[in-house]
Ligand binder design. Structure first.
Ligand code: MG
Length: 379
């Protein structure tokens, strides 16, 4: 496996380069010219902090919380507004303060061509390292604006079929058996449940859920299993419990152990904390069977699309995930969901104070609408 990975790394640079240069943007320019969209005027970025209230205390292997800070962005251009969002779960290191600070350095008024996404996002990326959610909030708003200027939804611009969306999993956090049973009942509408594992109650969690439902499960260990032999035993046990895949079973630093585990695992392994951006897809190949793409990790829709393309070209499985987010960022991600193996887009379902109407989850299925851009309106 090690040797294969080394051999692969030699050629992978070429693939990454191809993904970068053959992006979807080349498809936009002809449409732009035909549509005759105006190319004058100045973009104006505005933003405000907001706090999402969670319906339940949300517990994963490493933390618990009842709120999530987000920043809502808008880009106004010639009377049209694009909406975006940054979501900052505390364990990822961004905050209201860091996002507002980053956005104060973004000046979109200097760009004459609003369709020049490659240049605009490359410039924004260089303002400071990190800050992926802050960058995503501009990326999403600009994608929304451009979709509205073209009067097309993004699945359409990308050439995807809006009906090919998957069912989303619904997340069940770590909790006592009584609360877990209650959460499973509340999740009746959803066809797949995503179970958070990684503490010492893992088998109890699964057995509790299996006492009330036999629907397919996916599990997310959030790096919680430290020993590869223990992890393999657990995955063998889970493979007999109608579990579809195992997300991030081991700490992200344990690359060789993870490759060992993937080679032997009876279930697909999916990288979440181990991957963030486009270049990480290469590193995950041969270590995991697939990747979990999240807009808040990878700086937004532009890079997420490239990651999807690259992972597919490598024969890897792809899931699209989310943080707790309003329907704004969830809708943005949903346009890519037509091309994935699994979706975990339940972020807006977990909050009680959404401020957007957009992509809906209907009978558990991600359901895109026909609105242009990312498909949201303010409520
Ligand atoms: Mg995860």
């Amino acid at each position: 496996m090690k040797q294969n990975r080394r051999k692969f790394l030699k050629t992978s640079g070429l693939l990454a380069g191809a993904a970068i240069t053959s992006g979807y943007l080349t498809n936009i320019h002809p449409i732009t010219k035909k549509s005759g969209a105006k190319m004058s005027g100045k973009m104006k970025l505005s933003y405000k902090p907001y706090t999402l209230q969670l319906k339940h205390v949300f517990t994963v292997a490493t933390s618990s919380r009842t709120t999530t800070p987000v920043v809502l962005t808008e880009i106004e251009y010639e009377g049209i507004t694009g909406y975006g969002e940054a979501s900052m779960p505390p364990y990822l290191g961004e905050s209201h303060e860091s996002v507002l600070n980053f956005l104060s350095k973004v000046d979109l008024s200097i760009y004459d061509n609003v369709f020049d996404l490659e240049k605009i996002f490359n410039d924004i990326d260089k303002i400071a390292p990190g800050n992926p959610a802050a960058k995503a909030s501009v990326d999403i708003a600009l994608h929304d604006l451009i979709g509205k200027l073209l009067n097309k939804p993004w699945y359409n611009i990308w050439g995807f079929n809006k009906h090919n969306t998957p069912y989303t999993s619904f997340t069940i956090g770590i909790d006592t058996p009584g609360v877990v049973r209650q959460k499973v009942k509340e999740a009746e509408e959803y066809k797949v449940l995503k179970v958070k594992l990684g503490r010492d109650t893992d088998k109890e969690m699964i057995e509790t859920i299996r006492s009330v439902t036999d629907k397919p499960l996916t599990v997310d260990v959030n790096q919680g299993w430290k020993d590869k032999h223990f992890a393999l035993d657990m995955i063998h046990w889970l493979s007999e419990q109608n579990v579809e895949f195992v997300e991030q079973p081991m700490p992200k630093e344990n690359i060789d152990d993870m490759a060992w585990l993937t080679e032997r695992s009876p279930l697909p392994t999916i990288a979440d904390e181990s991957i963030q951006r486009l270049s990480d897809v290469i590193k995950a190949h041969g270590v995991f069977n697939g990747i979990n793409i999240k807009l808040m990790k990878c700086t937004g829709m532009r890079e997420a699309h490239k990651m999807l393309t690259l992972a597919r070209s490598l024969g890897m499985k792809v899931m699209i995930g989310c943080m707790t987010e309003t329907s704004c960022a969830i809708s943005a991600a949903s346009h890519l969901s037509t091309m994935v193996d699994w979706a975990d887009l339940d972020g807006a379902l977990l909050i009680s104070n959404d401020v957007f109407d957009g992509t809906k989850i209907i009978d558990g299925k991600v359901t895109l609408n026909d609105r242009p851009g990312i498909g949201v309106v303010k409520i």
